[in-house]
Ligand binder design. Structure first.
Ligand SMILES: CC(=O)N[C@H](C=O)[C@@H](O)[C@H](O)[C@H](O)COP(=O)(O)O
Length: 229
């Protein structure tokens, strides 16, 4: 039985990710980041790549929202873009597999509906999280029956560039909550404890915070910029 949704209800999930061009890129370091998150009380971890997922599972035994960021030449979609990465993340033991649901073309012409159907067949106990950018994407995630709807890609697609879910007291997130037919996880640029709390108070099932906790380059840059101004 997958009890992920019960486990994270009303809670914070810490995202521990560092791509190959980031200073902390290392499964060992991501596992230590996850250890710190667990010690602080995080009930689940969001992680990128099979090796990081395995290292974090070994270290923390916490449930994981897994993804695999891969760049393909023929598509702008990079969060778990094809069935190959979906299978690999589920096989690594992630409780939830997150993937891009932004309506943009996937690599090799793969269709999201086919990917979802295949995953349901092969991994019936694994939950699927839609990383959406717009209300249209939320509607598609509803129709395809995703178990969790995330706001992950809001601000990161050509249509939404520069937007932030926290703008105007989370006015976009409020619309997502009205549109989504499945639990909503707020994710993306939630960079203060107060904002994380607000997401829960507005009715999100859970909230994911990444960079503000686990990306020291991002954190240090904010301090440096403030001091140098
Ligand atoms: C857009 C994209 O690729 N987001 C990624 C998705 O997994 C991660 O790089 C983010 O760190 C994560 O979504 C958490 O968000 P934030 O780090 O802003 O709290």
């Amino acid at each position: 039985m997958n009890d992920f949704l019960d486990t994270v209800k009303g809670k914070l999930v810490v995202s521990c990710q560092a791509l190959s061009n980031e200073p902390l890129h290392s499964s060992f370091i991501m596992a230590r980041m996850a250890r710190a998150a667990k010690q602080a009380g995080s009930v689940a971890i969001r992680a990128n790549s099979v090796v990081d997922i395995q290292a974090i599972e070994d270290e923390t035994n916490l449930p994981i929202i897994g993804l695999d960021k891969v760049d393909y030449d023929d598509s702008p979609v990079y969060i778990t873009p094809t069935i190959k990465e979906m299978r690999a993340v589920a096989s690594a033991g992630a409780a939830v597999v997150a993937c891009d649901v932004t309506g943009q073309p996937r690599p090799h012409g793969e269709k999201l509906a086919d990917i979802v159907a295949q995953m349901r067949k092969e991994f019936p106990d694994t939950l699927l999280m839609a990383d959406t950018a717009t209300l249209e994407n939320v509607k598609e995630a509803n129709e395809l029956g995703f178990d969790i709807i995330g706001t992950t890609m809001h601000g990161y697609t050509p249509d939404t560039e520069g937007l932030n879910i926290a703008d105007n007291d989370f006015s976009y997130l409020k619309k997502v909550l009205l549109t989504a037919k499945h639990p909503v996880i707020a994710e993306g640029k939630v960079d203060t404890p107060e904002k994380a709390r607000r997401c829960i108070d507005l009715g999100c099932h859970a909230v994911v915070v990444g960079g503000a906790i686990t990306r020291p380059l991002e954190i240090a840059t904010k301090f440096i910029n403030a001091v140098n101004e």
